[in-house]
Design a protein around this ligand. Sequence first.
Ligand SMILES: Nc1nc2c(ncn2[C@@H]2O[C@H](COP(=O)(O)OP(=O)(O)OP(=O)(O)O)[C@@H](O)[C@H]2O)c(=O)[nH]1
Ligand SMILES: Nc1nc2c(ncn2[C@@H]2O[C@H](COP(=O)(O)OP(=O)(O)OP(=O)(O)O)[C@@H](O)[C@H]2O)c(=O)[nH]1
Length: 440
Amino acid sequence: MSLVAIVGRPNVGKSTLFNRILGQRKALVEDFPGVTRDRHYADVTRYDKPFTLIDTGGFEPVSEDRLLVQMREQSQLAVEEADIILFVMDGREGLTPADHEVCGMLRRVEKPVLYVVNKVDSDKLEDLAGEFYALGVGELHTISAEHGRGVPDLVDALLDHLPAAPSDAEAEREIRLAVIGRPNVGKSSMVNRLLGYERVVANPQAGTTRDSVDTPFTYNRQRYVLIDTAGIRRKGKVSQKLEKFSVIQALKSMERAHVVLMVIDAVEGVTEQDLTVAGYAYEKGRGIILVVNKWDAVAKDQSTMKRYQEELERTFKFLSFAPVIFVSALTGQRVAKIMSEVEKVAAEFDRRIPTAMLNKVLAEAERSHQPPVFHGKRLKFFYMTQVETRPPTFVVFVNKAEGVHFSYQRYLANQLREAFGFSGVPIRIHYRDRERDRKD
Ligand SMILES: Nc1nc2c(ncn2[C@@H]2O[C@H](COP(=O)(O)OP(=O)(O)OP(=O)(O)O)[C@@H](O)[C@H]2O)c(=O)[nH]1
Ligand SMILES: Nc1nc2c(ncn2[C@@H]2O[C@H](COP(=O)(O)OP(=O)(O)OP(=O)(O)O)[C@@H](O)[C@H]2O)c(=O)[nH]1
């Protein structure tokens, strides 16, 4: 999602403009109790173009003598973080040296900057904008944030710079599934079960016809593609029985997959190879479901499943978020559960959390577990936003990104999972510096 930052001296009307832009969308976006007051960021969607609007003012109190320094920092940071900058000046107060200086800096950046002269409350006051042309920045947007005058045109200009939404209905996009596992674990039997499942509707013409080895199908109105179905079903080739070959095949399928069904033989247990392949799926950010097959062939008592589950958790430490299901492709036992689990993981994979909710979690996390001190300075988290789905990817802005060491990163990741779940999905959190160069 694009970040749009509102920058400018104190009192030029940044918050008023922020609220004015939000006010236009009215009931389109839900408000969350407790975060509606005094917030500085919000997700906005206009004409299917989503963006996050940030009011860079008001984060910290500004003292007169530090004004210019703070403005430089604030604009610098906006330049680093944002995709588009709204630079607001005060038409009533006129052009100030600080405006001059910041404009000089903004002119050199390669991102779109919209120059705004605020408090031009009526047509009669248009002359107020005159002196701002001395900045030589080209187009000036004269507006009245308070009365809304000129704001729709400003928003239109802003939208011109934004990319269109990734897709009209994200949920309608296909989910590509890969069934992977060592030779003989039951992949082929499972694929046959899945495609033979009554609620699964094969749709030959939909989706990726270019790969005839893949099988498109629909389940609960979501389109899926089972990757390399032909390869999984192809039998009798000696090479296919080779462990090495099956790893290469798994890696290849995972390259194109969104969600991976990692099949484990309940009788044989987990091998080194399973770990390698699962590790790769994790690194690639794929959704993962652990499917323990041949459950019919295991001698069981009441605690077998629990013990098995615990052992898997120990072995696949890095996959603690992945659901585990015990099935039998042979008898069909619990095979229906696979698709319902796939559906859940696919939804989590595509999930988008509103910025306001993320920041509530971030603030609570910070409150209940104080961030560490780095080089004598307490880490301070400013805000968090989700920049991607598939897998869900977040950016946290912090005063010293390198100071967020592993244990605190893990803590924040856990807080996110606690709040939102993300079952079966690896999440990514990037930390970006607010004071220095942007880091990914
Ligand atoms: N006449 C007029 N006044 C405005 C307009 N927009 C904002 N103001 C006033 O300007 C003052 C400052 O507005 P804010 O929106 O708080 O300014 P800000 O830039 O967010 O200020 P900081 O949070 O200190 O950085 C308020 O008293 C507003 O009512 C406008 O379009 N016309
Ligand atoms: N008991 C039991 N046997 C199973 C189950 N699923 C598959 N099998 C048997 O395991 C053997 C291998 O099954 P496949 O489905 O061919 O396994 P695969 O993973 O596709 O095998 P490769 O093509 O060699 O990679 C066959 O003899 C199946 O009948 C199961 O749930 N329980």
